[in-house]
Structure formats: structure tokens, C-alpha cells
Design a protein around this ligand. Structure first.
Ligand code: 57M
Length: 358
């Protein structure tokens, strides 16, 4: 709103011209989201404690997790709330990429919220069925990608990170492909969210990388120079990425070990969906495998474990997802978390370096 209200005044007061700049609005967006998230987070945790709405801990998990029973969850409510609040002030809502990304994020937030609500408030450990969740996720993602392609906002080409010549046009097959990227991202972030701060760290590093990539993709000269497909109005996703980083850092304030709150499915499904959609909109579908490398490793560990158990009746890891494997090997929880953060920073830096390797 600030953007829509103040920028038109720039004709009379040139100082308001500053609202035109993505860089300025991105920094303000980060600061607002971080502050709001810290303030709302405190109130939200107190309210959840008062109502005694806490996490139910499964008894087949690592023993070190039993003491976490009763920790408030659904922190996604104030993370997404802070992102929205910040965007209402700093975002340009005439941008189709921003609106599409917000639609996916909010749709997955509602799904996660209903799931958390059933689990925590109704004490029903199953929540929404796995099939129901996947159906909702795929329908949302497919509709959004279809509209983006149909309206010419994105093309159906697949660009490879290291080779500027290697471009493959997937035609209509692009729609299910991009939907898999978005749904896969949402679920991989959800699987990663099993230790204090483990998911939010790589969410922040991935959002920072995608924020940089969307900034470049929305700038004609930079995009041409770096052989990156130019996407109109995609710079607004830099503002969104910075809001996610801000709200994420605010959440980490409380979610860092020992966590005072978990993000719940309301947070993990929606933030994973947001990252996947930004990757699709900025045409970084393949590079996203590297950017979100930690999420990919976590998801792969589950696929390997389940396949191995089905075929050989033997486990590859002590327990999947892989963070449980290291916990059961005796690594203290903070060590697993910080090492995974380090890996996610390395993935982010390698991904950014590919910009100059095309
Ligand atoms: C979410 N949820 C956490 C919290 C968080 C197919 C299978 C691999 C699925 C997987 C699964 O269900 N994953 C989805 C994992 C849970 O956290 C809640 O869930 C939200 C995210 N959706 O925000 O609300 C627990 O994680 C811990 N936690 C923290 N700090 C945090 O900041 O400590 C979460 C956030 C919390 C808390 O203890 O209660 C979870 O792990 O349940 N299933 C599993 O991950 C299970 N793995 C498994 O069954 N492995 C098998 C096969 C099927 C691969 C095997 O290896 O043989 C494990 N999870 C648990 N117990 N809890 C193992 C058993």
C-alpha cells in the first residue's frame, strides 16, 4: 500500500521516487517483516501456551525429542502474517508474478493450517490425508502454472544452469513438470522440518539466492549480460524473497535451539511452495535442485530408505529423513543443525557462481 500510495506522489515530491526502486523496497520489506515477526512471534507463543496448544510428539522417533512435547506449533501463522504485512506496505500488487506466488503460498498455508488445526487443536494425529494434501497441492500448482503459461508470463522452456545453449522446450508437458517442482519443494521443506531451526536456515539461504536471481531476471541489461531469461515484473519477487528472509529470521529468534515454537505444516508447506514457485517464475527450475540442495538431500534420504526397505527389507539410514540418522549416531542436535546450515550456504554460493559459468 505504501508503494501504491506514496510512489504516485513522486511527481510532486521527488523524495518519494525512492519507492520505485526494488532494492529500497526489498530492504524495507526485510526490516518490517523481521520486526513484525519478532513482535507477533512473542505474543503468538504466549497465546498458544495459554491455550495449551502444543505439539504431540510421536513415540517412535528419537528419544531426545520426547522432551519437546507441548512445544507450541503453527508458527507459520506469524511467519506468513509478517510476510503479508510487509508486502502490503512494500509490494507492487500489479505484478502477476507476485500475485501468482502469493496465491500458491496462501493456498498451501490454508492446507497446512487445517492439517495443524486437526492435529494440535483436535488432537487427531493423522490430520489431512496424504492423498488429500497432494491433490490440493497439485491442483493449486497446475492451475497457477497453466495461467502463467497461457498469459505469456513465463515460457515453457527449460534452461540449464551451466550451458547457455542447452534449452529444451517442454511445450505443454511443462505444466506438470513445473507443478512437480512446486509440490516437491513444499513437501521436501516439510520433511526437513524436524529439528530446531533446521528448515528455516536453508529457507533463508534459498530465499536469498532466489531473491538475487529474480532481481537479475527482472533487469533487462543484467539478464542479457548473464544469459538469463528476462521476466517482466519479476523484481517484485525480490521484495517477496526479502520479506520471507525477514520473517524467517524473526521466526528463528524463537525456533533456534532449544525451540520455543515450531512452524508447523502451516509454515513448512507454504514456505516450500513459495520457494518452488519463485524458482519456476524465474526459470530456475533445474538450478533450484542445487539452491535447495539440503531439502533435496532430505527428500532423497526418505526415498532411498523407503525403497530399500521395500525391496531388501533393510534400512540404509538408522532413520530417515537423514537428520534423524545423525541424531541417532550421537551428534548433538545443534551440531546437526549448524552443519546443515553450512551446507545450505555452500549450495547457495555455488548456485550464485553458476551465473558466471554460462
Ligand atoms: C514432518 N514432522 C516432524 C512440527 C513441524 C515418509 C516419512 C519420512 C514422513 C515423515 C514425516 O512425517 N515428515 C513430515 C515431520 C515433527 O514436527 C512437526 O511437523 C512440522 C513440520 N511438518 O513444524 O510442527 C517433529 O519434528 C521435531 N521438530 C523439532 N524442531 C522443529 O523446529 O524438533 C520439528 C520442528 C516434532 C519435533 O519432534 O514433533 C516429525 O519428525 O514428525 N516421517 C518422519 O519423519 C518419521 N520417519 C520415519 O518414519 N522414518 C522411517 C521411514 C518411513 C522412512 C524409517 O526411517 O524407517 C520420523 N519422525 C518422527 N518419529 N517424529 C520418525 C519417527
Amino acid at each position: 500500500m505504501l508503494y501504491h500510495l506514496l510512489y504516485p506522489l513522486s511527481q510532486e515530491f521527488s523524495a518519494f521516487n525512492i519507492f520505485r526502486y526494488i532494492t529500497f523496497r526489498s530492504i524495507v520489506s526485510f526490516l518490517i517483516a523481521a520486526m513484525v515477526s519478532i513482535v507477533w512471534g512473542k505474543a503468538f507463543i504466549e497465546w498458544m501456551k495459554l491455550k495449551q496448544f502444543g505439539q504431540v510428539i510421536r513415540d517412535d522417533g528419537p528419544e531426545s525429542h520426547f522432551k519437546k512435547a507441548g512445544t507450541p506449533t503453527m508458527g507459520g501463522v506469524f511467519i506468513i502474517g509478517s510476510v503479508l504485512f510487509s508486502l502490503l506496505l512494500c509490494g507492487n500488487f500489479l505484478s502477476s508474478p507476485l500475485l501468482s506466488c502469493l496465491f500458491v503460498t496462501l493456498s498451501y498455508f490454508v492446507l497446512g493450517f487445517v492439517d495443524d488445526y486437526l492435529k494440535v487443536l483436535k488432537n487427531n494425529s493423522k490430520g489431512v490425508s496424504a492423498k488429500g494434501k497432494l491433490a490440493w497441492q497439485f491442483i493449486t500448482a497446475s492451475v497457477v502454472v497453466y495461467l502463467l503459461v497461457e498469459n505469456g508470463i513465463i515460457d515453457t522452456k527449460l534452461y540449464t544452469p551451466f550451458f547457455k545453449e542447452a534449452v529444451l522446450d517442454l511445450s505443454w508437458f511443462y505444466i506438470p513438470f513445473a507443478a512437480v517442482v512446486i509440490v516437491g519443494s513444499s513437501n521436501a521443506v516439510n520433511l526437513t522440518d524436524g529439528l530446531d531451526g533446521l528448515a528455516i536456515g536453508p529457507i533463508v539461504t534459498s530465499a536469498a539466492t532466489l531473491g538475487l536471481l529474480t532481481y537479475v531476471a527482472g533487469h533487462t541489461e543484467m539478464a542479457n549480460y548473464l544469459y538469463i531469461p528476462y521476466v517482466e515484473n519479476i523484481g517484485e519477487l525480490t521484495v517477496l524473497s526479502m520479506a520471507i528472509i525477514g520473517a524467517g529470521v524473526g521466526f528463528l529468534w524463537y525456533n533456534s535451539y532449544p525451540a520455543q515454537i515450531f512452524m508447523g505444516d502451516a509454515g513448512s508447506l507454504s514456505l516450500g511452495g513459495a520457494l518452488g514457485t519463485i524458482a519456476v517464475l524465474s526459470k530456475n527450475e533445474l538450478l533450484f535442485v542445487l539452491i535447495g540442495g539440503v531439502f533435496v538431500i532430505e527428500a532423497l534420504s526418505v526415498i532411498i530408505q523407503v525403497t530399500s526397505y521395500k525391496i531388501r527389507k533393510k534400512r540404509v539410514f538408522k532413520m530417515a529423513p537423514i537428520h534423524h540418522h545423525f541424531e541417532l549416531k550421537g551428534w548433538p542436535e545443534p551440531k546437526v543443525i549448524v552443519r546443515f546450515w553450512i551446507i545450505s550456504i555452500l549450495f547457495a554460493l555455488i548456485s550464485i557462481a553458476t551465473l558466471k559459468m554460462r
